[in-house]
Design a protein. Sequence first.
Lengths: 237, 563
Amino acid sequence: MTALLEVKDLVVAYGKIVAVKGISFIVGEGEVVTLIGTNGAGKTTTLRTISGLLRPAGGSVLYRGEDISATPAHQIVGLGLAHSPEGRRIFPRMSVEENLLLGAYGRRDNDIDRDLKAAYELFPILGERSRQHAGTFSGGEQQMLAMGRAMMSRPKLLMLDEPSMGLSPLMMKRIMSTVTTLREQGTTILLVEQNARAALKIADKGYVLEVGQIVTEGTGQELLHSDEVRKAYLGED
Amino acid sequence: MSTITSSSTTTGRERLGLRLALAGGALLLVSGLLSWSFEPIFGDISIRLWPVSLQVFAMLIGLTAVALALSPTVLRRALGWVHAGPGLWALGIGATAYTALSLAAIAVEAGGLINANEGAWIALVGALLLLGGGWMVRDRPRAPEAFSAQGPATVEIVTIVAICALALAAAAYALGRDDAWVFVLFLLTLGVIGTALARAEVFEWLGGAAGRHQHVLTLGAFAAAFLFPFTQDGSEINMSIATLVLIFAATAIGLNIVVGLAGLLDLGYIAFLGAGAYVGAIFSGSVSSSIGWTPPFLVTALMGGLFAALLGLIVGSPTLRVSGDYLAIVTLAFGEIFRLAMFNLDGNNGPDLTNGPNGITAIPNLSILGFDFGESHTIAGVELSRAANYYLFMLFITALIVLIFARLNNSRIGRGWVAIREDERAAEAMGVNVFGLKLLAFAGGAFLAGVAGTVKAHYDTSVTPDQYQFLESAFLLAAVVLGGMGTIAGVILGAVVLKLMPEKLRFFSEYRLLLFGLLLVIMMRFRPEGLVANKRRQLELHDDDQDRAAQTDRSPQTKEALQ
């Protein structure tokens, strides 16, 4: 399995505060990889750095072997990395369709309409309400829109930042099963989650972050059954 | 669903209210045929059966009232979709204000209320009846037709064309009023009828119709604007005001790209107009310009635009990277720096380019392809004065700017701007080149202002630093905000109101700023989205208004349920 994304010794700082202290991990093509950890562990910062919204203070981000740590954010999307940000960040006063079209902002090909249909197939509710303002949606629907929007750029690698945040258990299941579907359709996924159990269940590989450093890594099943992880993140004794 | 079932039955109270309003409207109509004063003031309102000025305005209000009051019954087939209740209520308040102000005008001009004749009093009675009737029907629910109102295409097109013609007539009439009272009362009448129609949701229908026949509307509006000089019969004063309005409007639309579309607060926009004007003046061949070279005007216009855009890039590239209010501060400072720089480039403190505080004067008239803008030309038997030449040329430039605005608004770039306004960080994550798009809006807006400035220099015949002070930037911004950010029609309307009022109300010029301030405060309180609302802006500004949001979301389904 070849590495689609390789993060090497990444250091990210907000002024003097170092949020990510030299982490390294690999996302192989076709995998679901998850980063888990508590608040402030540096998960979101890592994602934002990969997608170019933050600049690293050290280390590198290799996408298909090329360093993209200095590439502007709008070009990174064009390379095939899509980022569904924390808190969903949909455009509330734009219609569902406009939101989706913004996901395809960097594309200039003629297949956008087809992908719009594909997004509506993936999430039928979006198709039913394509003209409705996204701000009127419930949390789960907004998460679907955020994922549909990210998929509109035809990413090779989809980065999801806490997709289960604030969702009902039922909706969370629905979102997680969609992640699996997307993987089956050939999209590589980097999933950041606080809900460790749900994420590890579907992940091939997992990395546990603690205050900016990777403390444990392994396959999803390994981590799910490791005593350390169970105590710290799954709330089990 | 409850609103729809209840509307099919008209309660007794509503029936009485409609009758009262009808009677009030009829009285207003009749009052126009009577004598309003014993003195022959305001174009002689003392004669019976010969309605002029105030009398005509009263009749217009009366006509609107009659149409609204009859819409649920006699005129149901044609106007059943009108939301008569709130419309009549607004009209009642407005009509009362109008007649009261008319009586005040008569009292002031003719020397006391004793000089008001029966017509004015009957109009007051009519207005009060209308007010009472309006109050009784103000909660009347929408008619079921309101949800599916769509006229035949021909009717809609004819309506649009008629409105363009009416706008032309109204503009020509307003410009021709020399009496400040008549002018104010005319504006009030337009405002009253406009508000009433807005409350009656006529503009929703019109908006739909305009959306379905956008090209007709655009062409009609430009045809009306094009025909305007031909209605003025060589009147240089009116045409020069109209040209000033048009230059102002074109600049305001340019600013609207920056403010309304990209959401960047630019407080120094007038400097870009000034930059263009200075380029136009310096290369005009004027004696007071230190550069003797005079390229063809199209080259000068392009140079003016590019110079302004270059300034835009210089100011924008460091500031647009940071979000927030920095841009407002920097542009405010830039406007002042520009003015002071022009003030000082007189040879004493730097290169002799602008002739300092005296400015560049005696700028010759434009001459494009042998057409001399300084001379009168007779076309189709109508004399077109110097101002009319510039007016028509500015109209052409305005059309270009409107075209650019519309194309940008409906493009991928336009969608990117909306996304930036909504959530800059999310837009960036979507692959929107935030900085690039902002810079495009900023420099592009500057370019358009620069081009307009080169024409303005020739029209004004002189360019001095104090023409381009901060106050002018504030007025441009006021036109955009007052008219409706992100819309073309709104900004043109805002520009017309803001530029026409001081020209026509010279006696008011000392209090002009006070009046504008008051107007803006009132607007921000009651209609923050501006006279003509951009749908998305309306949503942004009325986020708390749950009813409205629910209404707009539900209406398609409701429509389906009705069919």
